[in-house]
Design a protein around this ligand. Structure first.
Ligand code: XMP
Length: 590
């Protein structure tokens, strides 16, 4: 009999379930994700179990199914967030909703326990929860606390059951990897059995098997993912079997289509073609303001155009697959697993694509990976850093950064001393759930960056009605009260203004070496103000793989340059600086 060698992750719908699997693999151990209600008899190769988080509330909703026999297997168990609360609830503790909501950074203080061996007594962790464990279950001891009154970690020494309210799997939890390392090697007694070379081999084999004798019609936005996907497909299938199409939606950055096609041609991707669809996209998005509706129209239009071109070129039918550079965050944020909430529908995950996947008509070699893993593969394949290390840019382009409104009379309103709520709304992710709410603006603010890092989560944790925090860096705060959200849709003129401002921001950030840590900096336009009736939001972020993010600092002289250049356009009333981590805010606003 082969030795048990894997960690089983039971999925309760968390945005981070897959990230847990990735972290386990990074530590060199095989891991598999199972549905939350998997039968204990199926976990034959398992030496340890992790219960994921999820968007459900044990206070509001019935407990999600788990096979009771799982708790009798004699295996170590680690429950994270919802999984922690489920352990508490199952063994007679208490879970409550209350004031202890925590989104983003929190300070953790741990006491002695095997899972914290070698872990710093005080460290920062990432939280994302509305409910919390308020009373320990029988047989459990509290082993960590945070700034709130909730039980941040607990364990049952005899059974080797652990519960963490925080997320050790996300890059922002400083000691998280060490805790997972302790769980896997010291508590579950697993041995290393997996590495990156096996991952690359698996991908090649999968392409070979899935494509069989079919060709691939690949959609190429020109970003990191689609370029690496192009290179991988060409490597395994040969250049002739991969037809690349770049659809210019009219919502690309300044001269982006031209730059991309030239760069890829130079690199030898000769089978790349460009199709201009600006008019079609603008017509389809006319008078649309709801973000999810926008996203679905964009995703569907990409498919309509693809269908048409494939038919014209006689490339449809059983001999062709549609290729996409989808990566894992696209899937999970689009509600890609049984219990997961839809945070936002990524353009490559609209329902029609889901159907095509079910029908076996789509090939997506990178769909299990995160951006940083894709970059590593890209570099290994010999693609230059100028392509592989580019800032990510979303498929729907500037369309989802140019906010629209059907015209509301709402004004900005004060919610606390020196804090104002803006009438505009944006998407966030809180406790694994989608939120769509207003940002708060800090007024008269003279705080240091260190203080701002603490103030921002404190505001979103205590004001349920806001999911972002902004700072005014241009514009008269006295006029905020009479500024309005005005009726505005996606038009060529608005896109052109945003494109110009986006180029100013991008150029300044790429020119400043001190901005190297900035992972991405979306420039968002909102139809808000009192004179020009447009405002800008700068959204610089630091991240490893886009699942958790902290807002980044643009050095003062570069920020001033940006502000000066935008001001000179005389076209916007305010520039806001987004001070929101993820959670509670997503990177993009729509
Ligand atoms: P969020 O806003 O969800 O973004 O925190 C995570 C990362 O994904 C990018 N993004 C997209 N990429 N199609 C894409 O190809 C999409 O529909 C899409 N929406 C967001 C975003 O720019 C960030 O890098």
């Amino acid at each position: 009999m082969t030795e048990k060698n894997e960690v089983a992750i039971l999925d309760f719908g968390s945005q981070y379930t897959h990230l847990i699997a990735r972290r386990v693999r990074e530590l060199g151990v095989i891991s598999h994700i199972y549905p939350n209600d998997v039968s204990a008899s199926k976990l034959k190769n398992t030496k340890g179990i992790i219960l994921s988080g999820g968007p459900r509330s044990l206070v509001r909703d019935p407990r999600l199914e788990i096979d009771k026999k799982i708790f009798e297997l004699g295996l170590p168990i680690l429950g994270l967030c919802y999984g922690h609360q489920l352990l508490a609830d199952f063994f007679g503790g208490k879970v409550e909703s209350g004031q202890a909501r925590e989104y983003g950074l929190a300070n953790l203080k741990v006491s002695d326990a095997p899972i914290f061996e070698g872990v710093k007594k005080n460290s920062q962790v990432w939280m994302s929860h509305g409910d919390h464990v308020s009373k320990l279950p029988k047989g459990f001891t509290q082993i960590a606390g945070s700034n709130s009154e909730s039980i941040a970690a607990m364990y049952n020494a005899e059974k080797k059951f652990y519960g963490f309210q925080f997320h050790p799997e996300v890059a922002h939890s400083q000691e998280g990897k060490k805790m997972l390392n302790n769980f896997i090697f010291n508590i579950c007694n697993l041995k290393k059995n997996w590495d990156t070379a096996s991952m690359m081999m698996e991908i090649d084999n999968e392409i070979f098997k899935q494509a069989d004798n079919k060709n691939v019609f690949l959609l190429v936005s020109g970003g990191v993912d689609s370029a690496v996907c192009f290179a991988l497909l060409e490597k395994v299938l040969g250049k002739k079997r991969v037809y690349g199409l770049h659809i210019d939606s009219g919502t690309m950055r300044l001269d982006e289509t031209k730059k991309i096609s030239e760069a890829l041609h130079k690199l030898g991707f000769k089978n790349l073609h460009v199709y201009n669809a600006e008019k079609e996209f603008l017509a389809a998005l006319k008078n649309i303001s709801e973000p999810e509706q926008k996203r679905k129209i964009i995703g569907n239009l990409f498919l309509d155009i693809t269908d048409r071109i494939m038919k014209e070129k006689k490339m449809s039918g059983d001999n062709w697959l549609l290729g996409q550079g989808t990566i894992y965050p696209d899937t999970i944020e689009s509600g890609g697993t049984k219990n997961a909430d839809v945070i936002k529908t990524h353009h490559n995950r609209v329902p029609r694509v889901q159907q095509m996947i079910a029908d076996g008509k789509i090939i997506e070699p990178l769909k299990e990976l995160y951006k940083d893993e894709v970059r590593k593969i890209g570099l290994k394949l010999g693609l230059p850093a100028s392509i592989v290390m580019r800032h990510p840019f979303p498929g729907p382009g500037l369309a989802i950064r140019c906010l629209c409104s059907d015209g509301s009379d709402e004004l900005a309103s004060e919610i606390a001393l020196n804090i104002m709520k803006l009438p505009v709304k944006s998407v966030g992710v809180q406790g694994d759930e989608r939120s769509y709410s207003n940002p708060a603006v800090l007024l008269n603010n003279k705080q240091s960056w260190t203080k701002l890092r603490a103030i921002s989560p404190a505001i979103t944790n205590t004001h349920k009605e806001v999911n972002r925090v902004l700072l005014t860096v241009l514009g008269d705060e006295k006029n905020l009260g009479k500024s309005k959200l005005t009726k505005a849709y996606l038009t060529k003129d608005r896109l052109e203004l945003l494109r110009k401002i986006d180029a100013i921001v991008d150029e300044a950030i790429l020119a400043d070496k001190k901005c190297n840590k900035i992972w991405q900096c979306p420039t968002v336009m909102i139809p808000f103000g009192f004179k020009n009736k447009e405002s800008i939001v700068l959204r610089p972020v630091e991240s490893e793989e886009a699942m958790t993010v902290s807002f980044a600092q643009i050095p003062e002289n570069t920020l001033n340059k940006i502000i000066k250049k935008i001001k000179a356009l005389n076209a916007v009333d305010y520039i806001f600086y987004d001070l929101t981590n993820k959670p509670p805010g997503t990177i993009e606003w729509e």
